[in-house]
Design a protein around this ligand. Structure first.
Ligand code: ING
Length: 326
């Protein structure tokens, strides 16, 4: 049998610093209408999809920083998107900067929500892997201050939605295998990932030419190794002078890319995703219960950084296999 979810990757081109939420919501609505016209049940939008990617700047005034955050969701300007979602019967995944007051304390997260076809929020995820740096580093062509502006979230969950098991991750999360495996262990069948990825990575410019390759590599690997669909959606193009990759795509549990955007602007790429295609991978090659050997994996949780031998050389597998720990 088949369990089809018709999905649109709702890629955005640049969002200017002075673009209002109302203007951005109009762009999101236009993409949702196009997705609906293609028979989609779900549209996935990028990370921080309501504003420009503000962590590219060192901003000292907290009032100015907080202008990029949402205190309520839906809020007065985003409500229109929820209403269209309910009207069209198209659910969505939306990334935004969340300002939350919990137990009297203010928290700031890089967040995404999953909204069902009736316009109700069914899941919320707060980005775990915050890349970049926390202090102003003027040597960089542009900053990447997510470690300054956001707190890491508690972890990766899944939700029963769209006829299957759906999970979320955000941008840098997609580069870490733990992201997919933690959701894989919860039976995830579709992982929704928005991203804002500059072509240029100041600490490692030699990686720049590989930015699109790395984007696809990690999502294809995550999909195949966990028998899940993966939908990756870019905020693309030259945004306030910084060129960000496109490469939005929909990856099947086989690891094959079944749909992808070809521009760096507002664009949808659509696929009819049969969630039952996950089964043959989850029941054979990646039948975790039959094949995994957790007794061999404890370093993954015990150790944050990789340990190096006294002379600075990496720990040899021989050392680990003998159980001796340097
Ligand atoms: N952006 C980038 C990402 O992980 C980055 C940061 C770029 C890390 C290039 C490594 C190399 O896709 C966000 N927002 O995480």
């Amino acid at each position: 049998m088949a369990r089809f979810v018709n999905v649109a990757a709702g890629q955005l081109g640049p969002i200017a610093r002075n673009e209002t939420r109302t203007e951005v919501v109009a762009r999101l609505q236009a993409l949702m209408r196009r997705a609906h016209a293609m028979g989609c049940h779900l549209i996935v939008y990028p990370e921080l999809a309501l504003t420009t990617f503000f962590p590219r700047w060192y901003i000292e005034d907290q009032v100015e920083i907080d202008r990029y955050f949402e205190r309520e969701m839906p809020g007065p300007e985003t409500r229109l998107l929820f209403e269209l979602s309910k009207q069209l019967g198209v659910g969505f995944c939306l990334g935004y900067a969340e300002l939350a007051v919990e137990d009297g304390r203010t928290h700031r997260y890089n967040t995404s929500i999953l909204v069902d076809r009736d316009g109700t929020i069914v899941a919320r995820y707060r980005k775990v892997h915050l890349p970049g740096h926390a202090e102003h580093e003027p040597w960089r062509r542009f900053q990447h201050l997510e470690k300054r502006y956001f707190e890491p979230g508690p972890g990766f969950g899944v939700a029963n939605a769209f006829g299957g098991v759906v999970g979320m991750a955000i941008c840098n999360d997609r580069r870490w295998p733990e992201t997919y495996r933690v959701m894989g262990l919860q039976g995830v069948e579709m992982v929704l990932i928005g991203y804002n990825t500059p072509v240029h990575n100041p600490p490692a410019p030699e990686h720049d030419d590989l930015s699109l390759f790395h984007n696809q590599l990690v999502m294809q690997a995550g999909a195949y190794q966990n028998g899940t669909w993966v939908v990756g959606v870019a905020k693309a193009g030259i945004e306030e002078g910084v060129d960000q990759i496109g490469g939005s795509c929909i990856v099947a549990p086989s690891g094959e890319i079944v749909a992808s955007c070809t521009t760096k602007g507002d664009e949808i790429a659509v696929a009819s995703c049969d969630l039952d295609l996950c089964n043959s991978y989850k029941r054979t090659t990646f039948n975790f219960d039959v094949h995994r050997q957790p007794h061999a994996y404890d370093l993954i949780v015990e150790r944050k950084g990789s340990s190096l031998m006294a002379d600075g050389s990496p720990v040899s597998t021989t050392t680990i296999n003998q159980g001796a720990r340097p």
